[in-house]
Design a protein around this ligand. Structure first.
Ligand code: NAD
Length: 460
């Protein structure tokens, strides 16, 4: 069945219709309209799947995607134009041109934590670049997956765009097929499986993965604002964001004050009892809930770890209170993998180099956040550490700028997207050097006898 859909898409791709720029613009407009028409249903599905506060869903799943579509529509004519380049003077007369071309039929596999946006945002790049696409949303957010399938079926022909629903087995069956690109969002260990399967067909991949993203806090900050921005970034969607600060690396001088400001923020955001707050999300399922509860158990068993605030859980709701834990060690289970939940461990440092060394001796994270007014520290952290992207004096918001490529490095991913870079990801840049028939200098052709010294003078 999958092979049949892929075949239909290949046949459609060959008609050349997707290469037409006005066709692509029209499809992007249809996609935008589909989202606008189904906004309430999308928000409902997200509520059922991830129980997110409405505002968080609206901003992170609807607005972000609609803005990305508008940005693509506005810029597509420029992106698709062949670009003239300089030809080496030795080849004169000649012209050099780069032609962006669609790849063909691409596969997009989504994750559950922002289940609409993480599937549709890459699709925008795929459409803008002139491809056919198959979407495989996350089965864990099944209401959103059903709705994506319903919308795509209703607004698009399956020979152009199709959704295939299912879990790991479906994903594996799809990966056994030949695609022209695979765009995957998910965990690092699954990312390795995707790449291995893609390698069998030599299919290029974009891997948008996760990791432990540090948040470094210097002592030269506006503590109230820093605390608010950290609290927001960490506890949005109950910490289930690939970009959430995973742990705090705080300057010893400011730690006590920062932790008490974060506690104040938690009360301001979610009230005395976050379990009653309409603005605080739940953990997605039993498996993730148990994993996070085990971290808490492990930490409370270790008497030296201090729970500053939080630690409460309600198992039948998959509720875990926003939790702040001090004096955590790198040996603790919570520091061994991405937390992906509302627990914020704190580690202190006394000099900047120590903080930079900590970041550099762990796998390259997806994001890094630095809070500091110190310009030379800002420069040093950006230049001396390796990570996907990040913010200075805020958390997460770099994700929402279409002008900034978004993606990881090393264990946190391969390739990037958003804005023009999404278009690049789903395009092949074909280089053509064109010459007329006049002037055929024979210097390059055999026999080479006695030509070397002249070649050295011209090309050397
Ligand atoms: P996941 O890797 O478990 O699943 C992602 C997708 O892969 C799903 O569609 C799933 O069906 C499929 N899948 C799972 N196991 C598979 C296998 N063995 N073979 C083939 N396909 C398989 O990830 P998740 O739990 O949905 O999402 C959480 C992870 O995703 C976190 O690590 C998070 O950091 C990361 N993430 C990254 C980004 C980003 O933009 N970089 C965004 C969101 C989430």
């Amino acid at each position: 069945m999958f092979a049949q859909i892929i075949h239909k898409q290949r046949v459609f791709f060959k008609t050349g219709q997707t290469k037409d720029i006005s066709f692509r613009i029209q499809q992007l407009k249809i996609l935008k309209q589909a989202i606008v028409d189904n906004e309430a249903a999308i928000l409902d599905a997200l509520k059922s799947d991830v129980n997110k506060p409405l505002v968080e869903s609206y901003i992170a799943e609807i607005v972000l995607v609609v803005k990305e579509i508008e940005y693509a529509i506005k810029n597509i004519k420029n992106w698709t134009k062949p670009k003239k380049k300089n030809a080496p003077w030795q080849f004169i007369p000649a012209s050099a041109t780069v032609y962006p071309q669609p790849l063909g039929v691409v596969l997009i596999i989504g994750a559950w934590n922002f289940p609409f946006q993480l599937t549709i945002a890459p699709l925008i790049g795929a459409i803008a670049a002139g491809n056919c696409a198959i979407l495989k949303p996350s089965e864990i957010a099944n209401h959103t997956s059903n709705l994506i399938a319903e919308i795509v079926n209703k607004y698009f022909d399956s020979s152009y765009l199709a959704t295939i629903e299912g879990g790991v087995e479906t994903s594996k069956q799809l990966l056994a097929e030949k695609f022209d690109h695979i765009f995957f969002t998910g965990g690092t260990s699954v990312g390795k499986i995707i790449m291995e399967m893609a390698a069998k067909n030599l299919t290029p991949v974009t891997l948008e993965l996760g990791g432990k993203s540090p948040c470094i806090v210097d002592n030269d900050i506006d503590i109230e604002i820093a605390a608010r921005r950290i609290t927001w970034g960490k506890f949005l969607n109950a910490g289930q964001a690939c970009l959430a600060p995973d742990y705090l690396l705080v300057h010893k001088k400011i730690k006590k004050n920062l932790l008490s400001e974060i506690q104040k923020c938690l009360q301001e955001f979610y009230g005395e009892n976050p379990a009653k707050s309409p603005d605080y999300a739940r953990i997605i399922n039993q498996k993730q809930f148990d994993r996070l509860v085990n971290y808490l158990k492990d930490l409370t068993d270790l008497n030296s770890r201090k729970i500053i605030i939080g630690g409460e859980t309600i198992s039948n709701e998959f509720y875990i209170a926003p939790t702040l834990i001090d004096e955590v060690s790198w040996e603790d289970a919570i520091m061994q993998e991405e937390i992906f939940g509302p627990i914020l461990p704190v580690i202190e440092f006394t000099n900047y180099q120590e903080a930079i060394d900590i970041v550099n001796c762990h796998p390259k994270p997806l994001a890094l956040y630095l809070f500091s007014r110190n310009k030379s520290l800002q420069k040093q952290v950006v230049e001396e550490t390796s990570f996907g992207g990040g913010c200075i004096n805020h958390t997460m918001i770099h994700y929402a700028a279409p002008s900034l490529p978004f993606g990881g490095i090393g264990n946190s991913g391969i390739g990037s997207y958003h804005g023009k870079v999404s278009f690049n990801t789903f395009s092949h840049y074909k280089s053509i050097l064109k010459k007329p028939f006049i002037l055929d200098v024979k210097l390059l052709y055999p026999p080479y006898k006695n030509k070397l010294s002249l070649i050295k003078r011209i090309f050397g």
